[in-house]
Write a protein that binds this ligand. Structure first.
Ligand SMILES: [Zn+2]
Ligand SMILES: [Zn+2]
Length: 245
């Protein structure tokens, strides 16, 4: 599978960039995970809106769903310009019915609830779920294609259950919204040391830090995480790709 980072900012997008959005591709199938602010604009550098097959949403904070409305309009207009643009499935949890109800739009998209206790099949991908520690109900995803697996933490403060959940994943795509010494418990976010600890103890093959903060020097996040995790580690960036096979 191939992963492309569409947006990597926490909270709101930096200039010319986007908040949370990740494109997973395999054998021509295009799955968008989270659809934050400015994601729709940047997504089009990699795939046409009409060619998205499905969307998967971790939770209903603005920085993860702000562009759902524009996505609806994008599909609507694509369907006017060309026949055969199918109904877009958007998978989300039903713990927040107001959030979930925003996923369905006319005959353009349909919100589909996922059951976090059962793996979900979306195209070539199998998705497993873990509820995170976050003020809004939120799920981490383990996304596998039978050959490799990526664990995306979505938003969470440190949670030890993320370690077995991410065990020996090919990639840990972990939020890292805070620097060493900050307290993420109340905000529901991880520090660089938290992220590094999960990567180390889960024994993941590679790590990418994402959901980056709008303060401090991001290089420091990397330096701090590296004091714990010794494997390959990078900062997320617009257009950064990772792939196996
Ligand atoms: Zn967020
Ligand atoms: Zn959040």
């Amino acid at each position: 599978m191939k992963l492309t980072v569409i947006g990597h900012w926490g909270g709101f997008p930096g200039p010319g960039e986007a908040s949370s959005g990740y494109l997973f591709q395999k054998n021509g199938y295009n799955l968008l995970v989270d659809c934050g602010s400015a994601v729709l604009s940047h997504l089009q550098s990699y795939v046409q809106i009409k060619d998205l097959h499905a969307v998967l949403i971790s939770h209903y904070h603005h920085d993860h769903i702000a562009d759902i409305g524009p996505l609806h309009y994008g599909r609507l207009v694509s369907g006017m310009a060309e026949e055969g643009v199918p109904l877009l499935p958007i998978y989300g949890h039903t713990g927040d019915s107001e959030g979930f109800n925003r996923l369905t739009y006319k005959n353009v998209s349909k919100g589909i609830s996922y059951d976090p206790f059962h793996p979900l099949r979306i195209g070539p991908f199998k998705i497993e779920f873990l509820k995170t520690n976050h003020p809004a109900e939120c799920y981490a995803f383990r996304i596998s294609d039978g050959e490799s697996s990526v664990v995306y933490t979505a938003d969470s403060s440190y949670k030890k259950e993320l370690i077995p959940f991410a065990k020996e994943a090919d990639l840990l795509l972990t939020e890292c919204n805070l620097y060493a010494g900050q307290d993420g418990g109340g905000a529901g976010h991880m520090t660089s040391l938290d992220a590094g600890a999960i990567a180390k103890h889960a024994g993941v093959k590679e790590c990418i830090l994402t959901h980056l903060p709008h303060f401090g020097k991001h290089e420091d996040l990397l330096t701090q995480a590296k004091t714990i995790y010794e494997g390959p580690i990078r900062l997320a960036a617009k257009g950064l790709t990772w792939s196996v096979n």
